[in-house]
Design a binder for this molecule. Structure first.
Ligand code: TYC
Length: 116
């Protein structure tokens, strides 16, 4: 039987090779880590118009008019609500886009992310 060293094994080979005759257990299983997920949240305030929040949810989170209205009302009534769940980079981009858009329109809307 031929034993291939770990570095010659195929890219898609994720088996464990316990022993290769050296007495050293060699771990060849690839570590495939799932990306951590982050919630993107909108916070309520007393000044941002409801219609503006609905536009944000449609433009940046691809919500329908009905979904956006529901989420906006949830935030209005509860103080905070979820726009979506994303990988770190996407969540960060969404937060930046919303904060830029709110600032350009002179609304105090706050958008944050938190690890799920
Ligand atoms: N409370 C705001 C108002 O009465 C509406 C609002 C909803 C603001 C959601 C921010 O994230 C928000 N105009």
């Amino acid at each position: 039987m031929t034993i291939k060293p770990a570095f010659l094994q195929g890219d898609n080979d994720d088996r464990n090779s316990d022993e290769i005759g050296t007495g050293i257990a060699t771990q060849v299983r690839k570590k495939v880590k799932k990306p951590s997920l982050y919630r993107v949240l909108l916070l309520n305030d007393d000044f941002t118009p409801m219609e503006f929040v609905i536009v944000v949810l449609q433009r940046f989170f691809s919500k329908t008019s009905d979904e956006a209205t529901q989420i906006m009302l949830h935030v209005h009534n509860n103080g905070v609500g979820q726009c979506g769940v994303y990988s770190y980079e996407i969540a960060e981009t969404k937060v930046s886009q919303v904060m830029d858009f709110a600032q350009k329109n002179q609304h105090p809307l706050q958008c944050v992310m938190e690890k799920q």
